[in-house]
Design a protein around this ligand. Structure first.
Ligand code: IMP
Ligand code: MG
Length: 188
């Protein structure tokens, strides 16, 4: 059977594993400095794209913390944001009086995060900040500042390191850009 890495050769590597690892740990160190007297710390990841980033990031944060997950659906199987954001699965625990960081894989329009921020603010966390591995800078309508951002990228559809096309390619260990929609045919 054809390996995924072979099939992915058509895609353009945008950020390699080494660069990702280095930047993710820089963010972890920054969070460690900023939150040493802001505890308890809770890291929240919207499923599923942020999971790979979360698992690497938390191992670079040298503070006691807990994690929780929620799931929103916005894109469905499309390559573009529909703006129709739904909470599919809520957090397990209360976040009142906790210092919360939402960890996102990518901010495109910002619609997903706007909805999440509004929802989480009503639960009275001690503080609420955003971290995103990737930011598409020209397009976002995000109403909140991004406190910790990994990389600003061009307005291209990207996959790998948690980011998917139709549910797949999340396990590609680097981030690749899709220059031509035809190149994704193998994953249709
Ligand atoms: P937004 O609401 O437009 O900011 O979209 C955010 C969500 O859409 C992310 O959490 C991703 O799940 C998904 N998304 C946005 N851009 C991409 C991309 O280039 N590749 C894969 N998923 C993406
Ligand atoms: Mg997604």
């Amino acid at each position: 059977m054809k390996r995924q890495s072979q099939a992915a050769e058509k895609l353009t590597t945008l950020i390699d594993q080494e660069k990702i690892a280095q930047r993710v740990c820089e963010l972890g160190e920054e969070i460690t400095r900023d939150y040493s007297d802001k505890l308890p710390l809770k890291i929240i990841a919207p499923l599923r794209g942020s999971v790979v980033f979360l698992t690497d990031l938390i191992r670079c944060i040298d503070l006691p913390l807990s994690i929780d997950f929620l799931e929103v659906s916005s894109y469905g199987n499309q390559m573009q944001s529909t703006g129709n954001v739904k909470i599919v699965k809520d957090l397990r625990d209360d976040i009142a009086d906790e210092h919360v960081i939402i960890v996102e894989d990518i901010i495109d329009t910002g619609l997903t995060l706007n909805t999440l921020m509004e929802m989480l603010k009503t639960r009275r966390p001690a503080s609420l900040e955003i971290s995103s591995l990737l930011v598409k800078p020209d397009k976002h309508d995000l109403a909140y500042p991004i406190r910790y951002s990994g990389f600003h990228i061009e307005d291209k559809f990207v996959i790998g390191y948690g980011l998917d096309y139709k549910g797949r390619l999340r396990n590609l260990p680097y981030i690749a850009a899709v220059e031509n929609a035809e190149d994704l045919k193998e994953w249709d």
